[in-house]
Design a protein around this ligand. Structure first.
Ligand code: ZN
Length: 275
């Protein structure tokens, strides 16, 4: 099957366009990767090149051995993906040990996967384990309101989660586990990848202070929807703070417990206590 006609490639391109329209991808900001299903990889096998040289990932990820990923290229702009997907995204294959990768398609005028490829792969490994193989999408964007929040709150998983859950009734239902928050670190560094992997094992979204967010999901809709829901809650939080007016009413801890019962969800233990 022609690669650009595959459903997962079309959905990948749609997400890069949707994210662009949200204003989350200034310049070459953000990156996206998809762990291609075995049957999808089989369908496009005939269109792949034999592959260039193997390049080190910088760590061993045996959980991802032999897997194929569709991923945005380093330095590439999300806004250009829809115009020329073949020059802006690539399919990379991992070797039998999950230590090296090689490109099998795309980046037609040269290039490499995103500089955050290692962060993406450690997220994929953690989420694949945690979800029993369900999770396939890792999405990194720069939404303005969640970044603004990281200047005003302590960088605590519990503090961010509670504030976000309280902004809109749907939040605790959409992300009952909550959100993780790392310390500020150098983008693309190994310690950043490790910190992200630790947090993403517990949550489906991780906030990088003064930078942006990672959201994961089984589908492109799930990952994008999660990014959108969290950013919408952050937008409301920033708007409330910006008025300078006292808050007269809000979603309380008891309200969150009522949502937990009504929607049969389990909110992360400990996040509702201690107030
Ligand atoms: Zn970024």
């Amino acid at each position: 099957m022609e690669i650009l006609k595959s459903a997962f490639v079309k959905e990948f391109i749609k997400l890069t366009n949707d994210g662009t329209r949200m204003g989350w991808h200034e310049r070459n900001g953000g990156n996206l990767s998809y762990r291609i299903a075995t049957e999808e990889a089989r369908e496009i096998e005939g269109e792949l090149s034999p592959g260039g040289e193997w390049k080190p990932i910088g760590r061993a990820l045996p959980d991802l051995a032999g897997e194929f990923f569709l991923v945005t290229g380093t330095g590439k702009y999300f806004s250009n993906v829809i115009l020329d997907p073949e020059d802006n995204i690539t399919i990379a294959e991992l070797d039998a040990e999950g230590r090296n990768y090689r490109q099998r398609w795309g980046l037609s005028r040269g290039g490499a996967p995103t500089s955050e490829f290692a962060s993406h792969l450690v997220c994929h490994a953690a989420k694949k384990r945690e979800s029993g193989g369900r999770s396939r999408v890792v999405y990194h964007a720069h939404p303005g309101n969640i970044i603004a929040m990281t200047f005003l709150l302590p960088l605590s998983d519990r503090v961010f989660t509670l504030e976000l859950w309280r902004m809109i009734s749907e939040c605790s239902i959409v992300f009952p586990k909550g959100v993780g928050v790392t310390e500020w670190m150098v983008p693309g560094s190994e310690e950043m990848a490790d910190a992200t992997a630790r947090e993403i094992a517990k949550f489906d979204a991780v906030i990088w202070p003064h930078h942006g967010m990672f959201a994961t999901g089984a589908t492109f809709d799930e990952a994008f929807g999660l990014m959108y829901t969290i950013e919408k809650a952050a937008e409301i939080w920033i708007k409330i703070k910006s008025t300078g007016m006292p808050i007269l009413q809000s979603i309380t801890v008891d309200n969150l417990k009522a949502l937990e019962q009504a929607f049969h969800i389990r909110l992360t233990e400990g996040f509702l206590s201690g107030e």
